[in-house]
Design a protein around this ligand. Structure first.
Ligand code: GDP
Length: 201
């Protein structure tokens, strides 16, 4: 897929205020600092489309971008801040679950995982939540340029083994990406394009 246009549309704090257009929607989510903004900018070939988060946990908004006038890319807030209060965490959870449970246009989520780290409970729990609610998702392992190929392969194997030991019967669909050298760009965009095209038939 070529990105002919990528435009910021609107930010919302509530799912019922999100755009009404019936365009297929793909949501990007992950821990703060996982590389979500960099990935979105890399995918869309725009330097500052998604703002790299200055103050983690500050802006909890659902950000809609219109791509090629025919699909929505959604930038969701990063989760897993150590410093926010319990109350703030609960509110955040509600905000995110409202989005996932109510947004009818949502086709699939991309859960971003930093390829350097061991599987973290917060990510595993979030994927379980998506599974329980039958919300389709793919994993994107980010920052692949930071590991040598063997180490990358090993970490993905560890991730896979952890998921299969848990609630998963098979490894969810996954991609490997780097915002630095554009690894994964073609694959992720082709995947989205394939679904969008399939829906036209
Ligand atoms: P966000 O908080 O998830 O939006 O993460 P950012 O996109 O702001 O990235 C967090 C940090 O990781 C920044 O310093 C980025 O430059 C860096 N980063 C993000 N993606 C990559 C990548 O693919 N490769 C490398 N080497 N660094 C990355």
């Amino acid at each position: 897929m070529q990105i002919k246009s990528a435009e910021f549309l609107i930010s919302n704090s509530k799912v019922d205020k999100c755009p009404q257009q019936r365009l297929p929607e793909y949501a990007f989510i992950g821990r703060s600092n996982v590389g979500k903004s960099s990935l979105i900018n890399m995918l869309t070939q725009r330097k500052n489309l998604a703002k790299t988060s200055g103050r983690p946990g500050k802006t909890q908004l659902i950000n809609h971008f219109t791509i090629n006038s025919n699909w929505f890319l959604v930038d969701l807030p990063g989760y897993g801040y150590a410093r926010v209060s319990k109350k703030a965490k609960k509110e955040f959870q509600k905000f995110i679950t409202n989005y996932f449970e109510q947004r009818e246009q949502l086709i699939s989520a991309f859960v971003l995982i930093d390829c350097r780290h061991e599987p973290q409970p917060i990510d595993l729990e979030f994927m379980e939540y998506l599974g329980e609610h039958q919300i389709p998702f793919s994993i994107i392992f980010t920052k692949a340029d930071k590991l040598k190929p063997m180490a990358l392969k090993r970490n993905i194997e560890v991730y896979k083994a952890t998921l299969l030991e848990g609630v998963w019967l098979e490894m969810p669909n996954y991609f490997v990406s780097s915002a630095t050298n554009t690894t994964g760009r073609d694959e992720i965009l082709a995947y989205i394009d394939g679904i969008n095209e399939g829906m036209k038939e």
